[in-house]
Design a protein around this ligand. Structure first.
Ligand code: OXD
Ligand code: MN
Length: 591
């Protein structure tokens, strides 16, 4: 297999020598080739064909039992200097990284095929976009990359004879957790992932390239790669405001990106457009404002909890041409997951491939789940009913507001606005989410996750904060920055805010504030809404609850500032002074 690109050919030859596949196949992006590969995977059991009448084009895959989530402890940033990876990343020296991983890659593809996947993150040819080439021995990876990225000959044509690309090498090897490494070499624009078959570890265009490597490139080249959804809110006048929002995992990013306006707001004729649910690449354009594209072309969403109420658009998106991973297989060849649609099936095959019935008890004494809590659907963005008409626009969309959020039972009010860009960067840098009873860790414990990028920033996070501050200083019309918390609870632990579609009420306030249509009052933590400016039409919520949603408890905030100080100390003298100033100003305002 030869392309017109000499460097690409040489690299493939080198990797072939190490991995020793039986053959090398170029993925051309055609449906014909995809169907041939899927047929092969049905024969080996790598994929299971689902009921083609009810779920046309859909397949199921089960990963190894010890391989169901991103393995952050086995994920490394390999830079010459440890300081460049910073205190929040695992670090390995590049030489050690290549050496250790090569030991596992060596002969890992004997008897297997190496697939060569040329892909573009972002519309091919857009000034935002970047090319990558992934080599893999997994048809499941090929199938997923065909959905979440733009793949094929047209990418190679664009790459030409000497275009730049990210070198992405993946092998399942033995799927042995003790021989699993996810390594990033930002100085070489290279990713090596071995020993895993789980999406976040192996769809190398996504978290590895579009966030870790891209954040590094973004800093060098003056743009931003962020863990953010992008959505557009259209008014009946046709005016559309786009917002980008960062939330840590399990805070409903996909649901927010695909939200449906609540009944009470429908009378205003709003439409919500989905641009992306996970990643935003943002650049400053000639108009001195920030524009964004979603570099992906599909969704890799969490299945459990997705149903016609929580996310009707996602449910419609995944009715065809969808890859399901680690969900329950029903007897009729369709799929199910906890908190999904339809009645609980009376039997099925669980995500581990074992017979399942509701209520059967696992080794831990608890009822066994049919679907893994991190089971997924991979579906083309084009199938989403709310997909933005500008989804493929090579110029991207202009960003009116940036939103940071976390899961906090108390402390953070429903919404507030930063006093300016630097204060907004401060709000991003102190983002935090609480561990709930449903997760590992002490309940109520707060985990800091600046800009939701802790697992994804490809360099020293102190430099990342500096990059954010610098980007703001370069813009005449920067987006306004906000913080939201959909998860405030009462004493009984019940949510105070209904969330889902009703979050549009908060977005409406955010957009009106960004366009300077309404005023707000100044609190110690930021600008807060006057209650009259939140449209609560059709929402049954009383004054007392509203007051609680906007309550700022000074004692809690003083405690919060102590925790932030401790977190900031991790970065030592590298922490930008601007953030210390913001923290001290907050302490002063709290009195
Ligand atoms: C994540 C994801 O882990 O999007 O953030 O899969
Ligand atoms: Mn994500």
């Amino acid at each position: 297999m030869k392309t017109k690109h000499k460097e690409l050919n040489n690299w493939i030859d080198e990797m072939v020598k190490m991995c020793k596949p039986e053959k090398v196949v170029l993925i051309d992006g055609s449906l014909k080739q995809k169907l041939v590969l899927e047929k092969e995977a049905f024969e080996t059991g790598e994929l299971i064909e689902l009921n083609q009448e009810k779920l046309p084009g859909c397949v199921l895959h089960r990963t190894a039992i010890n391989d169901v989530a991103r393995t952050e402890n086995l994920t490394f940033i390999c830079t010459s200097s440890k300081e460049d990876a910073g205190p929040t990343n695992n670090w390995m020296n590049p030489e050690d990284g290549y050496h250790k991983a090569a030991e596992i890659f060596k002969s890992s593809m004997v008897g297997r095929t190496m697939y060569v996947i040329p892909f573009s993150m972002g519309p091919i040819g857009s000034p935002f976009s970047k090319i990558g080439v992934e080599l893999t021995d997994s048809i499941y990876v090929v199938d997923n990359m065909l959905v979440v990225t733009r793949v094929g000959q047209k990418v190679l044509d664009f790459l030409g004879t000497d275009g730049k690309f990210t070198k992405c090498l993946h092998s399942k090897a033995d799927l042995d957790i003790n021989k699993r490494l996810i390594l990033h070499f930002p100085e070489d624009n290279t990713i090596w992932s071995v020993g895993s078959g789980y999406g976040g570890n192996v769809l190398l265009g996504k978290k590895c390239m579009a966030l870790r490597i891209a954040s590094y490139l973004g800093r060098q080249e003056g743009w931003m790669a962020e863990h953010m959804l992008i959505l557009g809110v259209e008014k009946p006048t046709g005016e559309i405001n786009y917002v980008a929002a960062a939330f840590p995992s399990a805070c409903g990013k996909t649901n927010l990106a695909m939200m449906v306006p609540p009944e009470g707001l429908k009378v205003k004729g709003y439409k919500v457009w989905t641009v992306g649910d996970d990643i935003a690449w943002m650049r400053i354009k000639e108009d001195d404002s920030l524009w964004a594209v979603n570099p992906e072309s599909g969704f890799f969403g969490v299945a459990p909890g997705t149903n016609s109420k929580s996310n009707p658009n996602a449910v419609k998106t995944i009715q065809k041409d969808t890859i399901y991973t680690n969900v329950l297989l029903k007897t009729d060849g369709t799929v199910w997951w906890e908190n999904g649609d339809g009645p609980i099936p009376s039997e099925g095959i669980d995500w581990m491939g074992n017979p399942w019935k509701p209520g059967i008890i696992g080794d831990d004494g608890k009822p066994k789940k049919g679907a893994n809590p991190n089971s997924r659907f991979t579906a083309p963005a084009s199938q989403c009913p709310s997909i933005s008409p500008r989804f493929n626009d090579p110029e991207g969309v202009p960003i009116t507001a940036i939103i940071f959020g976390g899961r906090r039972a108390s402390v953070a009010p429903l919404v507030y606005q930063s006093f300016g860009w630097n204060h907004g960067v401060f709000l991003g840098s102190i983002m935090a989410s609480e561990i709930t009873a449903a997760q590992y860790g002490a309940q109520g414990m707060v985990r800091r996750d600046p800009m939701a990028m802790i697992p994804f920033c490809g360099y020293n996070m102190a430099d990342y904060f500096k990059h954010w501050l610098e980007m703001g200083s370069k813009m005449k019309n920067p987006p306004k920055i906000f913080h939201v918390n959909w998860f405030k609870t009462n004493k009984e632990g019940q949510f105070l805010w209904p969330g889902y579609g009703d979050n549009l009420r908060v977005l409406e306030w955010i957009i009106d504030r960004s366009n300077e249509k309404i005023s707000a009052y100044k609190s110690p933590i930021g600008y807060m809404p006057y209650k009259k400016d939140l449209d609560l039409n059709g929402l049954d919520i009383n004054e007392e609850v509203l007051d609680k949603l906007f309550d700022i408890n000074i004692n809690e905030w003083v405690k919060e500032t102590k925790d932030i100080k401790e977190f900031y100390a991790k970065f030592g003298s590298k922490l930008p002074e601007e953030l210390n100033i913001e923290l001290n100003d907050l302490i002063d305002r709290l009195g």
